[in-house]
Write a protein that binds this ligand. Structure first.
Ligand SMILES: Nc1ncnc2c1ncn2[C@@H]1O[C@H](COP(=O)(O)OP(=O)(O)O)[C@@H](O)[C@H]1O
Ligand SMILES: [Mg+2]
Length: 363
């Protein structure tokens, strides 16, 4: 897929800006604090209905305005799409696809697909399991609306179960009432887990291939799902139910559910060693890049077209070989890169960003 046109009205420091994008590489060049990331943020928002950097959507509206709008013209295999996002200071969010209001964010997801890479994404191989779960959940949601609904349902049931764990005073009463939630939670939870396992199995093939190329065959990359791993959804469900039973006393004591997909993780190994704990900064960066490039391939294989690649400030973080590898990919994938200076040989649509205004310098 490709974005043809973006229009921003009162979004962050943009008053009224329209830009056309090229097929391959589009480079946003400018000093710090000019609006480069703001544009990437607008695209990402149109992709999953959320900002990658804030939960406070008021912040997205220009300080001097009451409303903001993002408009994206998209060309996909299945035809063209127009995404319009309306935000207002009172916290109202309204989204239209091809002129029709959507009722749930789930209807937006999958319309515009993005792979987003920013220095913060290093968290993926470094920090908390939460970031790795989010990584799987965002990709799987983009690949299937049904997964997005599963996650939402799961979170609702989990909140109910946790409420019961907190509110119930006696363990005996709990034992008699909790099963209502256990069945539902295991049912949805097992569907989530099986999809995550399949996703990682597909991802690891692409990720390892890229990783070997990036490390001149010196490193082998492996990914494993950390949680209940069984062959079928039913087996996972039964195992979850058993684990709820074993952990009930602990859950009761702590007041929340300790077992399930909301606690799972991904193990990432290079040459058999856990890269989260023992990898150098450089190794972790390379792994993150391998994972990002693998995401592109998963989308291409499952959806029949590449997503949009968003690279915010990552060029300066990579050495020349990795940079070239990444830039090479932009020949086939529409890419937006932000940087303070761009001096590579690649053919690119250069967009200068200054104080919320973008000027095109076609080369
Ligand atoms: N709601 C807003 N209204 C007006 N300006 C904003 C708003 N939010 C952020 N900004 C401005 O946007 C600029 C930061 O833009 P950003 O895209 O993050 O910069 P960079 O070009 O370094 O990526 C800052 O100057 C900030 O003051
Ligand atoms: Mg920035």
């Amino acid at each position: 897929m490709r974005i043809k046109k973006i229009k921003l009205i009162n979004f962050r420091n943009y008053k009224n800006q329209t830009i056309d994008l090229n097929d391959g590489l589009n480079v946003l060049v400018g000093e710090n604090a000019q609006g480069k990331t703001n544009l990437i943020e607008a695209i990402y928002f149109s992709c999953i209905g959320k900002s990658p950097r804030t939960k406070k959507e008021n912040e997205l509206i220009n300080w001097q305005a009451e409303n903001a709008k993002i408009e994206i013209e998209l060309e996909k295999k299945e035809g063209s799409k127009l995404i319009e996002v309306f935000l207002n200071k009172k916290g109202k969010k309204n989204i239209k696809i091809n002129g029709i209001n959507i009722l749930r964010i789930g209807e937006l997801i999958g319309t515009l697909n993005c792979v987003f890479f920013a220095p913060d994404e290093l968290k993926l191989v470094k920090d908390s399991p939460q970031d790795r779960r989010r990584f799987m959940d965002i990709d799987l949601s983009q690949l299937s609306k049904n997964y997005f609904y599963l996650i939402n349902t799961y979170n609702k049931i989990l909140a109910e179960r946790n409420k019961l764990l907190k509110d119930t005073k006696s363990f005996d009463t709990l034992k008699q009432t909790i099963y209502i939630w256990d069945k539902q939670l295991a049912d949805v939870g097992s569907k989530i887990i099986i999809r995550r396992i399949r996703f990682l199995n597909a991802l690891k093939v692409y990720a390892n291939k890229t990783h070997q190329e990036l490390t001149s065959n010196k490193e082998n990359l492996e990914l494993f799902y950390e949680g209940i791993v069984e062959k079928t959804t039913e087996e996972i469900k039964q195992k979850l139910l058993k684990e709820y039973e074993i952990n009930l006393e602990k859950d009761f004591r702590l007041g929340f559910t300790n077992i399930g997909p909301h606690r799972d993780d991904i193990s990432i190994l290079t040459n058999g060693i856990d890269v989260k704990s023992f990898g150098s900064q450089g190794q972790q960066r390379t792994v993150a890049l391998s994972l990002k490039l693998a995401e592109l391939e998963i989308f291409a294989s499952e959806r029949g077209e590449y997503p949009i690649l968003l690279l915010d400030d990552v060029l300066s973080e990579l050495d020349d070989e990795r940079k070239n590898k990444l830039l090479n990919k932009t020949k086939t994938v529409q890419t937006l890169i932000t940087t303070t200076n761009f001096n590579y040989k690649q053919k690119a649509n250069i967009l200068k960003v200054k104080e919320g205004t973008i000027t095109s310098q076609k080369e």
